[in-house]
Write a protein that binds this ligand. Structure first.
Ligand code: ADP
Length: 498
């Protein structure tokens, strides 16, 4: 057995943190390279964990295969649903602890920390409940082809699903991946991000408590280029579902090509907001602000480029900077005063600061922020650039931090062209009080999700995913049931061969 470690969280909660790997309903030692988990608010090491080696990945996949072919496949769908429902209840019971672990491990601040209670963890609870109810409602079709023939379609599970998740919503990403896969009758091997493995390992305890058969859920923290790569390339894994950067998505797609795995990729974005001259400017400024600054700007759907009609440009900038100033309370994630916490890691922090320098040297007008905040921890000032141009790196590349680029447009066609001028296509927001313009523009935006007069809405019943280099496939809602099943056509002959 791998040892558990007692952790005291900054808000006074104490708990026993499992370590190692969760395979076959046990915490077992990992044999791969070690990695450090830090508290980004202090940039100090919390714990060093051993990661999964290739041999460990083999063990986890074998456990998932045994479970898939054994007890799990013999369960009635309604009973799979009951297990998911039990998991939802345990998440609800432990919501404060789970939110606190993610706030500690990721740096989610009060705004997002309370969101982790009311947002991330609540969403996770709902996702498990949603798919608990969905498990016995997965149906195929019956198709009559001719009087003597009949065909029906069975929606069957894919088998062993490898799931590779990022660090920006540690527990919620687990929920988005694990719940639909299990509802459809698959088993899973989940690899959390090396920056934030704690809540995923804790989830292993809930799996045991809920009484799931051994091997249905396996959790293997580790280094992406070792355990993630081994999972994506494993010949006995049937599907890879991934959320993370586009570059890693590309690498995973290559690894997954060996046995033509089914894949779902949810990758990066550089999502635009368009503010038309007839928008409610106060509302537009508020949504645009939270759309980029929420969760320290570490959201794949962050609306990091804002295009504002020239007639309201100066007015919008004034309002946007005011809201940014009001909410520039950067600091301790557990303090009720804080709006923005630290960035997740030194690597992200350095990358964001180098983009800020790039913005300054490329001639963008700096209206707020522009440097690190404080002397300890990975804090960065919310940074607002105006008068940006399409050729600038800060307009073209995903920064994944609290940095926004604002510029003006004169015509609707120009706004749409600029919004679509990116290799990404995850999301887009638009602000107008004109209903016909709103729907017309929504259809022209190359994005998997469009928000009219809001930003960054998502819901467990609504498909989530991107166009272009932002990904392949959709998560959540009924769409995830398609993503985790395959169709089997059964042809029935009712006549005789002449
Ligand atoms: P970031 O660059 O922000 O850390 P990544 O997209 O690299 O984001 O990471 C998302 C997830 O993908 C993490 O769990 C990480 O460990 C994993 N990962 C990284 N590289 C690879 C790889 N080559 N193959 C499979 N998974 C990987």
């Amino acid at each position: 057995m791998a040892a558990a470690v007692e952790i005291s969280l900054p808000n006074g909660l104490k708990y026993s943190q499992p370590t190692g790997l969760f395979i076959g309903n046990e915490f077992v030692p990992a044999t791969g390279e070690k990695f450090a988990v830090i508290n980004p608010a202090t940039n100090e090491e919390v714990i060093t964990l051993p990661g999964a080696s290739e041999a460990d990945v083999d063990k986890a996949v074998a456990a998932a295969r045994r479970a898939f072919e054994g007890e799990w496949s013999e369960l009635a769908a309604v009973d799979r649903g009951s297990f998911l429902y039990k998991l939802s209840e345990l998440i609800d019971r432990d919501r404060k602890l789970l939110a606190s672990i993610d706030a500690f491990d990721n740096g989610k601040a009060r705004h997002t920390y309370t969101d982790a209670l009311e947002g991330d963890i609540d969403e996770s609870y709902n996702v498990f409940k949603y798919y608990a109810g969905a498990a016995d409602k997965i149906t195929g079709r019956t198709i009559e082809t001719s009087p003597a023939k009949l065909a029906y379609v069975l929606q069957e599970p894919l088998g062993v699903c490898g799931q590779i998740i990022p660090w920006n919503f540690p527990f919620m990403m687990l929920a988005w991946k694990v719940a639909p896969a299990l509802a459809c009758g698959n088993t899973v091997v989940l690899k959390p991000a090396e920056q934030t493995p704690l809540s995923a390992l804790y989830f292993g305890k809930l799996v045991v408590e809920a009484g799931l058969p051994a091997g249905v859920v396996n959790i293997i923290p580790g280094i992406g280029s070792v355990s993630g790569k081994a999972l994506a390339g494993h010949m006995d894994v049937d599907k890879i579902a991934f959320t993370g950067s586009t570059n890693t998505g590309r690498a995973i797609m290559k690894s997954a090509a060996n046995n033509l795995k089914n894949i779902t990729l949810e990758c990066g974005g550089k999502s635009p907001s368009i503010v038309f001259e007839d928008a409610d400017l106060d509302q537009a400024a508020k949504w645009c602000h939270s759309g980029i600054m929420y969760n320290q700007g570490q959201v794949c759907t962050s609306t990091s480029r804002i295009y504002v009609h020239e007639a309201v440009y100066d007015d919008f900038l004034k309002r946007f900077v005011e809201i940014t100033k009001e909410n520039a309370r950067v600091g301790d994630p557990f303090s009720s005063e804080t709006w923005q916490g630290p960035q997740v890691s030194q690597a992200q922090y350095d990358k964001i600061l180098s983009y800020i320098e790039e913005g300054k040297s490329s001639g963008a007008r700096l209206l707020h922020g522009g440097s690190k905040h404080g002397s300890k921890g990975l804090f960065i000032e919310p940074t607002v650039f105006a008068d940006t141009t399409e050729d600038m790196k800060i307009i073209q590349e995903e920064i994944f931090g609290p940095v926004v680029a604002i510029s003006k447009f004169s015509t609707e066609a120009e706004a749409i062209a600029k919004a679509n001028d990116t290799s990404y296509g995850l999301a887009a927001a638009l602000f107008t009080e004109k209903i016909s313009k709103a729907h017309k523009v929504a259809r022209k935006l190359q994005a998997g999700m469009v928000w009219i007069n809001s930003s960054n809405d998502s819901h467990f019943g609504i498909p989530f995913g991107g166009y272009k280099s932002s990904g392949i496939g959709r998560e959540l809602g009924q769409y995830a049931l398609d993503a985790y099943t395959q169709s089997k056509a059964v042809h029935v002959n009712l006549g005789s061969r002449l």
